[in-house]
Every structure is written in C-alpha cells, then in structure tokens.
Design a protein around this ligand. Sequence first.
Ligand code: ATP
Length: 291
Amino acid sequence: MTGRPLARCAGVTRRFGDFVAVRGVDLQVRPGEIVGLLGANGAGKTTLIKMLLGLLGTSDGTVELFGEPPSRRTRARIGYVPQTLGLYDDLTPAENLRFTAAAYGSGSGSSDLPAPLRRYAREVVGALPLGVQRRVAFAQALSHRPDLLILDEPTSGVDPLGRAELWDTIAAAAEAGAGVLVTTHYMEEAGECGRLVVMADGAVVASGTVSEIVGRSQVAVVEAESWSAAFDALTEAGLRVALSGRALRVPGAAPDRVRQALGDLTAGVRVAPATLEERFFELVAAGGEEA
Ligand code: ATP
C-alpha cells in the first residue's frame, strides 16, 4: 500500500501513574487501507485511539494526523465512532446528523439520512435498537466525507446481518480512498482488514496480514477415548481447551506439555495449523508473560 500515512504513531507510550497502558506503539494508516487493531479487553486500544485523536496526550513518542500533530483542523478530517457511539439519545437520527454537520461546518446534503435509516426519522436515537444506533453513528461519522475513519468496536452487539452491512460501509469508504482504523473482538472480522495490528498489555505483539500473523503457528490436537476426561485433565492443568467435533484443540501449549497433562488417559496428540483465534490467544498469553 503506498501513499503518505494519514495517521502515524511512532514509539507512542502512555502512562497513568505507574501503570503503562500503551508502550512504544508504532502504527500507520494509509489512504484506502483498512487496519484492524486487535487486542483483549484492556490491551490499550482505546487509549491509543484517544492519543491519535489528540484527546489524550502521549507520555512518550509522537502522533501525527495528515503529517502534523493532532489539532481541531486535523480532527475535522476524521470520522470517529467511539464505543459509546457519541450520539444524542434524545435527538432523532436526522437531528443528530444535522447537529454534526453544523459542528463540522460541512456543506448541504451531508445531513441527509441514508435510505435504510429514513424509516426511523421520527424516533429518538435512545429508543432505537443498538444495530440501528450504530448505523446512525456510522452515517454521522461519514457525513463530512472524512479522509480517515476511526472505529472503536463498531460492530459489537450487532447481529451478523447488521455486521455484514456495517462492513460493506467500511469497505466502500476504503474503496473511495479513506484510511480506516478499526478495533474488533470478532476474529472472523479480522479477515475484512488488509492489515492487522495485535496488541497485548499495551504493546504491539504482531502485525501483518492474517496469514503473516498466523504463519507456521500450530496447536496441539487431542483425540481421546473419553474426550470429557481429557477435557477435565487439560483444564485442570491450566490449559485452554476448545472442543472441535470430538477432538480437543489446545492453543499455546507444546505437545509434550499436553501429553503430560493427559497422564494415563488413552489419547493421541498431534499438531495442526493454528487458526487466527488460536494464534491470537498464543500471542496474548505470551505478551502477558513478558509484561
Ligand atoms: P477494551 O477492549 O475493553 O476497550 P482497550 O484495549 O481499549 O480495552 P483501554 O481502554 O485502552 O483498553 O485500557 C487500557 C488499560 O489502561 C486498562 O487497564 C485501563 O484500565 C487503563 N486505563 C485507561 N484509561 C485510564 C485512566 N484514565 N486512568 C488509569 N488507567 C486507565
């Protein structure tokens, strides 16, 4: 992907007292690309976004939007959907959009509701289902045709169909040339991103495409005479176990450790390529140990 970065973090750190919420993060978002920011709860994603927006200062490192420090002017080129959506509950969708259009000083027509939202025109936002509220927040963030979209868990709590629609909107914005930075907890959505940045305990522990991140990573797969006895033995040994058909998958543990945990149980242990979710678990667990 070419083009000057729309957003750039270099060695960004944020401390709250002795606690380091974000440590030495490098990140860039270029025009037309969708960058997914993945991390468990508390990994530092929202804190990083707040620094990118200039709403929170950095303790160390530099943040640039469109090649300069964040400011009112640079923020005006951003469409931001916070986790809390940033809508006024007691205004209708159209009133919310008109209010933002006025605040951003964007031109006429930008406060028009997209067609699927028009049926909700007379209801206040607080009375609408969460999925619809998210679409209103999207419409609001996109109404001034931003160059950069920053979306903090935009699809959380939305049903699969609604999520697919929101991803269509995100992809369309990127195709039109906007850069997108999006956080998500849903691994199946990571595939919608051109590039991923994985955070654990404030630091970047991996970045690249899904296949670059998964790489040659493997998981132990257990086929046992009694899968329930094997499941109990593995969980008692402190391992994370997922049932897949009648087999058990154990990410982030060496096969020897798995065999040891199984003790005398009759079971076969082999290795298989890891999924992104399993690789993510492994990275987060390793990041946690290092921190
Ligand atoms: P989530 O997915 O839950 O939103 P996150 O990755 O966005 O998590 P952050 O909200 O950035 O994580 O929080 C990172 C860490 O920093 C957390 O442990 C949080 O408690 C801490 N933190 C965030 N803001 C402050 C603050 N103002 N003062 C002290 N600690 C804070």
